[in-house]
Design a protein around this ligand. Sequence first.
Ligand SMILES: [Zn+2]
Length: 352
Amino acid sequence: MPKLSEPHVLLEWARDLGKTYAFLDSHVHPFDVLTGDTAYQTSERYDMLFSKGGSVYHGPVIDEKLENDSSCHLFGAGNERAYLLASRFKYTHTGAKVISDQLAAAGLSGALLLPVARLPGKAEEMLDATKMMFPDESSVYCACAYPVGLPADKLAEFFCTAREHYKICAIKLHLNLAGIDPAAQNGHDLVEATLDAAGALELPVIIHGGRTSSLKPSGAAEYGLLSHLEAIDWSLSTAPVIIAHAGCYELVEDEASTALSKLDTLFQKYPNLMADTSNLGPLSLRLVLKEVSHDRLVFGSDALYVPIWKAWLVFLQALQDVSPSPDTDLIHIASLNPADCLGLSFLKGNHD
Ligand SMILES: [Zn+2]
């Protein structure tokens, strides 16, 4: 089969399969993860659009000249201030309209929203904000941010209440941003208590995998590296645990290659572990698609930092370049695997 490369041809290829298999983006942030800012004004112009300072909303436009570089990375080198500004700019608008416009542009059917809290009380605030800005819709599934500051013995109750009152369907844990050191006793206990609770509630956990280099203090920037996650007993949860970015966020190619061999060891030991493909440079993404079993991967974009259509195109192109059976792999990574992880039986309903 000839390798596809034109953006519109790639999108058509996936759209065609999407008629039978509903594709899901398993890594979308409803709010800026750095500031956790949820203070938006309701738009008077569009339903379910929330904006900052009266700025005008423009829907996504697919750029046919897809750059062949690693421009997907917002959080690469650069100072903290520049990256905060860039990050805020990406989150001028949010809400169900923004996500559904992005999904429609790419040809995807749904998104898993991953709020991230860095301060005590923020996770609770985000549950309310997410419910208001992303009300019950078939295309959006909400995770709960890990509640920073709660002791380990209060976590199960927190997640249980969040599931009952807010219908959360996953837990997002970002050790770097939450400042939780998995090598310290307290951090280790918090992660394992989260896994215990997630297993009991059958909620998948999505954990950041890799670095966040601009963080101060810099020690926290590496809490999410796979070398720090190895000491955790991931079998404490029987529900899936998805290691975001396949553990390679902000890693250079050599580091990514070492990280992927650690990931492989962890995958062999823990059958509930999965990985997502979000926000990797093209080289790391190809490495992941070549080396990680396609039964253990789910597609993710890291929107709004990366537009969903752009992450989708980079992913489709990489699959075409490295996979001997791109159709089957696309169906598994973007439809069947996420549906299994999240218990979304409707996603498989289209072709039964
Ligand atoms: Zn992310």
